[in-house]
Ligand binder design. Sequence first.
Ligand SMILES: Cc1cc2nc3c(=O)[nH]c(=O)nc-3n(C[C@H](O)[C@H](O)[C@H](O)COP(=O)(O)O)c2cc1C
Length: 220
Amino acid sequence: MELAELLRTRYSYRAFRPDPVPADIVDEVFRLAQATPSWCNTQPWQVHLLSGEATIRFGEELGEHVLSGAGEVVYLGVPAYTGVHAERRRESGYGLYAALGIAREDRAARAVQMLRNFSSSGAPHTAVVTSDRALGTYGAVDCGAYVGTLMLAARSAGLGVIAQGAVAMRSDFVRRWLGLGDDRLIVCAFSFGFADDADPVNRFRTTRADLDAVVHRVDS
Ligand SMILES: Cc1cc2nc3c(=O)[nH]c(=O)nc-3n(C[C@H](O)[C@H](O)[C@H](O)COP(=O)(O)O)c2cc1C
């Protein structure tokens, strides 16, 4: 698939079929993602790739941890969004609930959907992306680029992916679960597999700002 076509047809998928992804396809997607550029070619991303039982156990135990209210909530960015960022966040959140037929006031259904942020949503694989904390912002920036490349590589291989920043909000749990030290910054997770096209959540589409709202041209 041409890059333009890939970019136009990549979406986040939030429901998956349980079918395993053949190992050669998984390897090829991660091999392609290695092409991601990074500052000074540091390639700071490290990936813990969970499969099979580990994927299920991680999602279940993380979900239980979130429900228990235990542990600290870690914000890599801001705890609250303002202005246009708050508007876009609200629009995509409500759009997702609308696609699922969840009413704004239906707190129970929203709580169930919120918990899906922490599970693989049926996908056979969850991957946790970490950086060396000492690399600071650019370590995380490079990891973000890596996840972007990987999502396109996965799409070109016929796979669906959902990035899971929510998992990083529970960094202490994730570090403990994976046996990682405090020197590892948990950037995000993502789950991937064959998308379940029958699930309405996968028909949810987001919009993008116009170019004029993004590109500020300076000519003289
Ligand atoms: C770094 C990152 C973290 C994300 N974390 C979550 C998440 O925790 N839960 C979720 O449902 N979607 C998550 N997403 C998906 C975004 O909501 C989605 O990419 C955005 O709304 C644009 O929609 P699209 O991917 O369908 O184009 C994340 C995306 C990125 C890039």
